[in-house]
Write a protein of this length. Structure first.
Length: 363
């Protein structure tokens, strides 16, 4: 149990961060709604369905969220969780932010996930200290030598807070420049990892060969059970190294049998049936999807501090799932997959806003 002063300070930080997140995501929603030309016109449905649904939790979400969420299907459903509540209340309630940076550190994946296939580690830096792949301390000069000696494509990325492909540098041993390598390391200063660039399965490579295309699964540890809330395949844009929508890519929901749905969404929030290479989403089956789901359910049981996790996996040329990273502040994927909690929604909202049984679990 934390001391009284420490707990008050942590709670203050929590409230400040929650207020900031709510503000930021409301601002993003207004921009998105403008891009959607106002979204779905739903004043009547909002008043008749949404208002009474949320009233029992003492809340009245802004109508704009349902103009956004209902725009694709035109099927009114009050169970969608507004982003300001998702990031500002729901995620912080279920995932202990005090452990976030330590828990997400990619330099520790080989400690927490020894039994998963991961990209080969060449060098890592934790708090300014260089290590080799076996956690032996090395000098910066030795780290450079190991990178220069590596055969194949590799990348350098932050080991903490590297979402949406930020600050990632790519290198090829055939033309690696030591100055550029040193500049990339110095630019990050500390807390980064150097890994092989995964060679992906042909099914994924055909979708876009320049990026590592990944499966994002959001899992939920609730009442001693792991639930799969949503699953999407992210594909990069032509010539881009990263696979997120913000860089021009696509996201398409994955069905329980591993097949993509008929339509995916692009950066412009347009629902399309094929990507820029003319590949129809409905014709794609994600290889080893059942294995990925099984791994997520097994691994999440180890991470009770984080009840909501977004997992990123790819599949290698041999058809084996490759664990890339996990995120304890994941997106809800509601635009692509519908209401996050589905049939669990009312039970979850009652826990967060009424029962609050996890109130003392954040110690």
């Amino acid at each position: 149990m934390r001391s009284g002063i420490r707990k008050k300070w942590d709670n203050l930080n929590f409230r400040v961060e929650s207020i900031y997140r709510k503000y930021e995501y409301r601002k993003k929603a207004k921009i998105r709604l403008k891009r959607m030309n106002g979204g779905y016109k739903c004043t009547k449905e909002y008043n008749e369905i949404v208002v009474p649904f949320w009233k029992k939790y003492g809340l009245r979400p802004d109508k704009m969220w349902y103009q956004i969420f209902w725009d694709r299907t035109h099927v009114p459903d009050p169970r969608y969780i507004p982003d300001d509540l998702w990031y500002g209340v729901i995620v912080p309630y279920f995932s202990n932010s005090q452990f976030r940076r330590f828990g997400e550190d990619k330099c520790l994946h080989d400690v927490f996930f020894k039994d998963l296939i991961r990209p080969e580690t060449i060098v890592k830096n934790m708090a300014g200290v260089f290590y080799d792949a076996n956690m032996h301390i090395i000098t910066k000069e030795q780290a450079i030598e190991k990178c220069m000696a590596y055969q194949g494509e590799f990348l350098i990325k932050p080991s903490i807070d590297s979402g949406e492909g930020r600050l990632i540098s790519f290198f090829d041993s055939q033309a690696v420049d030591e100055g550029a390598l040193l500049s990339a390391m110095d630019g990050l200063a500390a807390n980064f990892i150097v890994q092989e660039a995964v060679k992906q399965h042909t099914v994924l490579a055909e979708l876009n060969p320049s990026s590592l295309n990944t499966v994002r699964i959001v899992s939920f540890f609730f009442k001693d059970t792991i639930y799969i809330l949503s699953s999407i395949l992210r594909m990069g844009a032509s010539g881009h190294k990263v696979d997120n929508i913000g860089a021009g890519g696509f996201a398409c929901p994955i069905q329980t049998d591993g097949r993509l749905t008929e339509k995916g969404v692009n950066r412009k929030a347009e629902w399309v049936t094929e990507n820029q290479h003319g590949i129809r989403f409905a014709d794609v089956i994600v290889p080893s999807y059942d294995k990925i789901i099984a791994m997520v359910k097994e691994q999440h049981l180890k991470l009770a501090h984080f009840k909501l996790i977004g997992w990123d996996f790819s599949v290698n040329v041999s058809g084996e799932p490759v664990f890339i990273e996990y995120n304890v502040c994941p997106g809800s994927n509601q635009i692509t997959c519908g209401p996050t909690f589905g049939d669990l929604t009312e039970c979850v909202l009652e826990e967060v806003f009424v029962k609050k049984t996890l109130k003392y679990a954040q110690n």
